[in-house]
Design a protein around this ligand. Structure first.
Ligand code: ATP
Ligand code: MG
Length: 227
């Protein structure tokens, strides 16, 4: 992914002809190819990385937006309960989300799915802060939620915290159809990336591919498969 303005993590980039938007469109196409030949369909995609700040949230949002602009019915879920950010897309009243649904059996999808400014893309915020995010994510209610979401949406993209440090991302990744692994270009910490991939493999997460973020244009040729 090319570099973008550092302040624009949770911003929809309306200029669909920019290299930035094009890079995420290409990522979507690459993911679609990664799914070809698999015996299961890939509808729920977790986005994660080894360490904080590598570009997971940006990637999840722009990937979901690329699917929506391509005509898919998309839900973007904020699965980073400890450090939520996607609620800003849902505007006022959009704070109820994933934790509320998981913690309270009386909550229905309608309460926690919000419109975003982009047609075709809905958002589920992380929800009310809870002391036990991993327990909630490990609960069967997340499995049934994901099944329900697959019936309602073409694609569900889930932003998660970093793999190293807490178990949350591994739980979500293992429950999704596939995982997109984000690696910050330029300062790839190979050991950390390898450890995180090992941990994802241990929980039998299906890794669809990796994407390098924050790549300077002049460095792009160093990465023949960068997107
Ligand atoms: N392709 C990119 N080019 C340049 N900067 C980027 C790119 N993607 C993300 N960033 C910047 O990197 C910073 C971290 O991005 P982001 O919040 O998406 O990472 P994250 O992995 O979700 O972080 P955290 O682990 O804290 O949740 C932000 O300032 C964001 O604007
Ligand atoms: Mg994030």
């Amino acid at each position: 992914m090319p570099r973008l303005n550092p302040k624009s993590t949770v911003t929809l980039h309306d200029d669909v002809s920019s290299p930035f938007s094009e890079a995420y469109r290409n990522l979507k196409i690459n993911l679609d190819f990664a799914a070809v030949g698999l015996t299961v369909s890939i509808a729920t995609i977790a986005v994660t990385s080894a360490a904080p700040g590598e570009g997971k949230t940006t990637t999840a949002l722009q990937l979901a937006a690329a699917y929506a602009r391509g005509g898919k019915n998309v839900l973007l879920v904020d699965g980073d309960i400890r450090k939520p950010s996607l609620h800003v897309l849902a505007g006022r009243g959009g704070r109820a989300g994933l934790t509320d649904y998981l913690a309270d059996p009386n909550t229905v999808l309608f309460d926690v799915v919000h419109d975003s400014p982009l047609e075709g893309m809905s958002v589920m915020a992380a929800g009310t802060p809870v002391p036990n995010p991993s327990d909630l994510l490990a609960s069967e209610r997340l499995d049934s939620l994901l099944q329900e979401l697959k019936r309602r949406y073409d694609v569900v993209v889930i932003d998660t915290p970093p793999v190293l440090g807490a178990i949350d991302a591994k739980i979500v990744a293992a429950k999704c159809d596939g995982v997109l692994f984000v690696v910050e270009g330029g300062k790839v910490k190979r050991d950390a990336a390898k450890k995180a991939l090992d941990e994802l493999n241990q929980v039998k997460a299906r890794i669809l591919g990796a994407t390098l973020t924050k790549v300077h244009r002049k460095d792009a040729q160093k990465y023949p498969y960068y997107s």
